[in-house]
Design a protein around this ligand. Structure first.
Ligand code: PMP
Length: 351
């Protein structure tokens, strides 16, 4: 029997959202916060054209995409690092800071990959419980020690959808020592409409120890191709690039991400439609008597405690896949109007 690292015995498994089908064949996947829209024809065409070259390795430095992102956000190209999904960029961040005893602080519950990546990298996870579905930033600052190397701040938070306001975030960052890296995980940034929620890029510009993580998987509809990126100061981006695996971002992903930036107006109009549906879904749930935290992402969170799995299976009977966290609650992505109506019917019947 080969001998594996001991941590593998206790590491949590990442549970990806699955689709379900009702007895009469209906299926609405609201379990992975994906875009409910078909890919744009211009993006599909660019991929088809790029497919003619797949006998060649991709550009290892993703130069065109890096430059396009730098131009889009008005940052130097040296401040951009790409990866196959922002979860991989997060993994690279863990690789850059982890050494025996290194502590990484994050809120809990938050993005499920954080504990997994910490264990893999050999870092010590310091989880700070949410309060009222929000980051407890005072407790997170109190948790900083000499061994703290990195802090993940997920805003809006997955799975509760609650973002962090400008003053609270700034006051927190003022308490973080300069040698601790703060990662603002903004996977859902494009869905934010509350003007009190700061753009992480404005914060990074003022603070050398802050970087921002974003993705093409959600608002840009490229979850299946895996492209994410970091924007951070030169030493941070350079460290992340150093620990990448060669050719990690494949050529079709690079092409599709570039085509998506070119079609950004169309994609952001779709995001507007999802935001409208989010308002409709949240208000309908509240009218049904549910408590729904104010979400700025493309999902809602229902705290269901012991009834979580029962709720998920009741939704499943209607062909609606949600993301249950046993004993805690369920996260439900905003889909197209038909999917949302089906979910709302299931939610009303469950109450
Ligand atoms: N961060 C957060 C907060 C997420 O919810 C997700 C996706 N569920 C990711 C990062 C990773 O996204 P991707 O790897 O598809 O870019």
């Amino acid at each position: 029997m080969p001998r594996f690292r001991a941590i593998l015995d206790t590491m949590p498994a990442y549970k990806a959202g699955k689709a379900v089908v009702s007895a009469d064949g209906r299926s609405h996947k609201l379990s992975s916060n994906e875009s409910p829209y078909d890919p744009l024809p211009s993006v599909v065409e660019a991929i088809a054209e790029g497919a003619r070259q797949i006998n060649r390795y991709p550009d290892p430095a993703s130069v065109r995409l890096t430059e396009a992102l730098a131009a889009r956000f008005g940052v130097p190209a040296e401040h951009v690092a790409l990866g196959p999904g922002s979860v991989t960029v997060a993994q690279q961040l863990f690789e850059t800071v982890s050494e025996p005893g290194a502590e990484v602080i994050y809120a809990w519950r938050s993005f499920e990959a954080y504990p997994l990546l910490a264990d893999l990298a050999g870092a010590v996870s310091v989880r700070v419980p949410l309060v009222n579905e929000e980051h407890d930033l005072d407790a997170m600052a109190d948790a900083i020690t000499d061994r703290t190397r990195m802090i993940f701040v997920c805003t809006p938070n997955n799975p509760t959808g609650v973002p962090i306001g400008r003053d609270r975030l700034t006051a927190f960052l003022d308490r973080v020592p300069a040698n601790v890296l703060v990662v603002l995980d903004e996977a859902y940034r494009e869905y934010v409409r509350d003007e009190d929620v700061p753009d992480g890029l404005d914060i990074y510009r003022e603070r050398p120890n802050v970087c921002v993580l974003r993705t093409f998987s959600k608002a840009y509809g490229l979850a299946g191709l895996r492209v994410g990126y970091l924007i951070g100061h030169e030493p941070v981006a350079a460290a992340v690039r150093k620990v990448t695996i060669p050719f990690a971002v494949n050529s079709l992903a690079q092409i599709a991400a570039l085509a998506s930036l070119e079609a950004e107006d169309e994609l952001l109009a779709r995001v507007d439609a999802v935001v409208k549906e989010r308002t409709r879904v949240r208000e309908a749930l509240i009218a049904q008597g549910w408590e729904v935290p104010p979400t700025e992402a493309n999902f809602v969170w229902l705290r269901l405690g012991d009834r979580t799995l029962e709720f998920a299976s009741a939704c499943g009977m209607e062909g609606v896949a949600v993301r249950p966290f046993a004993g805690e609650g369920a996260r439900v992505s905003i889909g197209d109007p038909e999917a949302n109506d089906t979910f709302l019917k299931a939610a009303a019947a469950f109450r």
